[in-house]
Structures are given as C-alpha cells and as structure tokens.
Design a protein around this ligand. Structure first.
Ligand code: SAH
Length: 531
C-alpha cells in the first residue's frame, strides 16, 4: 500500500529520471493534471489514467490516496519536481487526516529552475531565490514582500507561474518591485515549454522583461548585479577565485565579509583601487598609504580630488601623477572606461566608497569588477538610525507608496526627487493629482514634461525649504498626501513634517535603504591584511 508521487521533469521523456521511468512502468494508474497525463499517454498507453484539470488538486490527491489505500498501484504525477509547487505537500497533509493512510514515496524530478537554467546557460551560478507569482494559494502582499527581500539581497530570482490569463500583468508588477533595487539593464532570461513542443528561450534586460508577455508555461530568471550575457546565454559567475596557497581547497567559495562575489587574495600583487570622493574614500586612501599598499583613487570631480590632499603629500591631481604609492584620477567614467581603468590598474581589490546616492556609479563599478573577476567591496556609510515619527506612514520604496495610493483620492506632493517618478504613472489621473518638486535640472524637467507633469504641477527649485514654504505648497495645491524621504534634519525633514501637520496632509515616508557591504573599519582591516 504505497502512493508514489512522481516528478516527471520538464517534459521530454529523456528529462525524466530512471527512477521515475521505472515506477511509472510498474504502476497501474497514473493520476495528474490533464496536460501531464496527456504527455505520458503516448509513452505508457496501457495504463489507466485519472486526469483532472487545474485547481482540482485536492480532489485528485484524495482520490489517489484512497485508491492507494485500497491497494492499487498508483502514481500521482507532477511536472518538474513534485515537491516544488507540486502536490507532494498536499498529499502528506491530506494523509495525516486519514484513518488508514497508505505509505507515501516521493520520486524527485528535474524542476523548471534547473532545466530552464540549463537552456539559458548558467543563470543560477550563485545564490538564488525561487518565487512563485501565483496568488491562488499565497497572499499577494507575501509575494510582494518576498520579491522585495530577494531583490534587496542581490540574489538571482527565479520566477515560477509568472502569469496566467487572469494575471496578465503580474510579471510587470514583479519587475517594478525589483526595479526599485536593480538596474533596468540587469540581465534576465525566460524559458517557455522546456522539453516540450514550442520550446523557446531568450535573454533580455530587466527593462525589457517588464514589457514581456509571459504565460503559465514560462519560467523567468532575473540576474543579480554580476549576471552577464555572453553569446546570447545568461551567466551568473560563481565568482570565487583562489585564496591563500596554504589554504587552497579549504576556503573555496567563501566570500568573507563582503558583498562582492569574489573572495580576496592576500598574496596577489597589484593595486588597491578606490572609488571615492567621500570622507570614507579619503580615509581609505590614507589607510593605504599608511600601510604602504599601492593605491589608485578615482574621483568624479576635482573637488573630490582635493579633499584627498589633507596632508599635502598627495601626488598630482590630474590623471597621472603616478607616484610609488598612488595616483589620483579625476573625472566621471563611462562604464566601459571604468572597465578599462580597473583592468589597466591590474587591481587586486576595488573599494567602492562612492556616495550612497550615486547608485548608478556603484552599479557600474560592481559590474566592471564582475566582468574582470576582480574582488569588489562596497564600503557603506553607517548613518545614524533615524527614529520613526509616529504620524508618518513608512514604506520601503516608491513602488510601495504608489500601491498604497492606488484607490485613494486626493492630491499628492512628491518631494523625493526624479528617480522612479515613472512609477506614479500607475495612478489613475496622475497628471491631475500629482504635484512634483524637483531640482532645477534641465534633463529632469524634460522627463517630467514628457510624463505630462508640467504647469502648476511641476516646481523646479533648490532647497532648503522652510516650514512656511512647505506649508504654502501644501495649502496652495490642496495636498492630501506628501511623499518624502527619510532625509533627516539636513535634508529638511523637520520642516516638511511640521508643515504637513499644520496643513493636515498625511506624511508618506520612504525609508532609507540600508546598503549591504562592509564598514569603513572592516575595509581598513582588509588593507592592513594586504600590506
Ligand atoms: N513542479 C513544477 C512546478 C509547477 S508550478 C517544477 O518543479 O518544475 C508551474 C510553473 O512551473 C509554470 O508556471 C512555469 O513557471 C514552471 N514550469 C513547469 N514546467 C515548465 C516547462 N516545461 N517550461 C517552462 N516552465 C515550466
């Protein structure tokens, strides 16, 4: 008396394990979702079949359990692996309520993440999260939250059930959540009908994936910040490199204390390359010189270069000035220039101490290091924790704020800058409801105008804004919702908060994103080890 739960792999007969094949040959009855039983009928025509359409899983499992309890040899089949968004769990749950349950054996199968990854190349070469977008059995907010957490963690994300006829825009919504944390250029892939007729795969950017129409036979892969496209395939580097010769074989794959994907070699010669322009950058530069570690510093502006000259011993400011211990390079680098520069430096380690708001730059540095397989560490600023204000409503992203505002009335004042303004397009009547305050930057202004936000709805002005000024804005435009960042006293938060209180506007606050990386002290410790 045994019920077999069999994962039949993605589709084609060769994709089934030998064990699955063997138990199917032996059984009398095969039960499963209509699509899969149809696939099996050709290969095992002599079997009895019990097929039910989707959403009748409970009935199917109950029937299978009862048949097995009667002593029939029955196999319940699932595509891929029966334990991964399959019926194995349900069968165990149902059997727990039976008086005389049959024993249950699960035969593993090749899941879509695995078979799909093989088609695409090697997208799952590093840590990854698997998330199903189906909200039939999972609350939508749980799915959103998991997506957000996975996006923040920079794990590759594999999406099952990305869409169905009723959920046509779910993939788009999921991409929007991920786009709050990852670049639109992130390398992504999709596979459709793996191992079946109409098998198809494609590699595309996250921006394009957002526009893609998926169906229920598609599995989607969203790369991490190091994932790349090579020859039309999607690859996430495993990312480790050799450790100390005396420890080879013990530490492979470890990535001590960093967000970089490469472990650090302490024996390899080469320079430390610092991307700075911040106080942290200067302190790291000083740290290198103190330890006698060869260093090059890249800053975007001359001002950034000058702050390095604290003790007057820094070499020349213009690109060059290549002293024994270090060179300082000024100027913004395009992504390709960055790759070339780091390559020329023969860097042994890249420390990214750029400003926390310069997210794009950080992305480019990270990608360049991944491409060159050079250890990278993000040096994070440890900002003092901001205390929550009791009347504020807190959100982790603009995406969340917009979801909250959907279905609510009233005018909205957006003071969170130009990033992600696009997300507001989702709000019905956003052109009428939205009032946007941005810096007077020509490109940003034209972006807003292109979105249809102009006239009285667009203010381009440099802060700081006094409480009175904020109050004026709120009253003048009849604002009900004021969206702000958790910008602290320097960012003019108290003036916004007080004005909102007086004007009776609700404060929607976007929390600061905690960056992942190492602290300044940890970076200095690494330099000491390198000397
Ligand atoms: N137990 C299955 C998953 C069932 S959930 C497994 O382990 O693979 C159904 C989802 O799986 C689909 O929406 C799709 O995202 C994915 N999937 C299953 N079979 C697939 C196939 N042949 N090609 C592409 N995606 C597939």
């Amino acid at each position: 008396m045994c019920l077999l739960i069999v994962g039949i792999g993605p589709g084609k007969p060769e994709g089934m394990t030998k064990e699955a094949q063997a138990v199917l040959e032996e059984c009398e009855v095969i039960a499963g979702y209509t699509v899969y039983t149809a696939l099996l009928k050709e290969r095992f025509p002599e079997k009895e079949y019990y097929a039910t359409p989707m959403r009748q899983e409970t009935e199917r499992c109950r029937w299978a359990l009862s048949q097995a309890a009667l002593g029939r040899r029955i196999a319940l089949v699932c595509s891929g692996d029966a334990g991964i968004y399959g019926m194995a769990g349900l069968v165990f749950q149902l059997s727990a309520g039976m008086e005389n349950p049959p024993s249950i054996r699960v035969i593993p199968g090749v899941t879509a993440a695995s078979s799909g990854a093989a088609l695409l190349g090697a997208p799952l070469g590093h840590d990854f999260a698997v998330i199903s977008l189906s909200d039939l059995l999972t609350a939508p907010e749980v799915i959103r939250n998991r997506l957000r957490c996975a996006a923040i963690s920079d794990m590759v994300i594999c999406l099952y059930n990305p869409a169905s006829r009723k959920r046509a825009d779910y993939l788009k919504k999921a991409c929007d959540i991920v786009l709050a944390y990852r670049s639109p250029d992130t390398v992504c892939g999709y596979v459709r009908n793996i191992g079946r007729e109409g098998e198809e795969m494609g590699v595309l950017s996250l921006g394009k994936l957002r526009e893609m129409r998926a169906d229920m036979f598609t599995t989607v892969f969203i790369g991490n910040s190091t994932t790349m496209e090579t020859g039309g395939r999607m690859i996430t580097p495993r990312g480790y490199r050799t450790i100390r010769p005396d420890r080879v074989g013990q530490e492979k794959g470890m990535d001590p204390g960093g967000t970089g994907h490469q472990a650090l070699s302490t024996t390899k010669a080469g320079r430390v390359v610092i991307f700075g322009g911040t106080t942290e950058g200067r302190l790291l530069y000083e740290g290198c010189r103190k330890q006698g570690v060869e260093v090059s510093v890249y800053v975007a502006t001359k001002y950034g270069g000058r702050i390095l000259e604290t003790d007057g011993r820094a070499p020349g400011l213009e690109s060059g000035g290549d002293g024994m211990q270090g060179a300082i390079h000024c100027g913004r680098l395009e992504p390709e220039e960055m790759v070339r520069a780091i390559e020329q430096e023969q860097a042994r380690l890249v420390l990214d101490a750029t400003h926390p708001f310069a997210r794009k730059v950080t992305e480019h540095i990270r990608a360049a290091c991944a491409q060159l397989d050079i250890p990278y560490r993000r040096v994070c600023r440890t900002a003092p924790e901001e205390e929550d204000v009791p009347e504020g409503m807190y959100f982790d992203s603009i995406e969340e704020v917009v979801s909250f505002l959907e279905g609510k009335d009233g005018n909205v004042l957006v003071t969170t800058g130009s990033r992600d303004l696009d997300v507001y397009r989702r709000l019905d009547g956003y052109r009428e409801r939205l009032y946007v305050r941005i810096l007077p930057d020509a490109a940003t202004i034209s972006d807003c105008l292109a979105m249809g936000i102009g006239g009285r709805h667009l203010s381009a002005m440099q802060g700081p804004f006094s409480e009175e000024m904020n109050y004026g804005f709120l009253k003048e435009f009849g604002i009900r919702w004021m969206v702000t960042k958790q910008s602290g006293a320097v960012g003019g938060f108290p003036e916004k908060r007080n004005a909102a209180k007086r004007a009776g506007a609700a404060l929607l606050i976007i929390r600061n994103q905690k960056e992942t990386g190492i602290s300044l002290q940890e970076a200095l410790d690494i330099l000491e080890e390198l000397k």
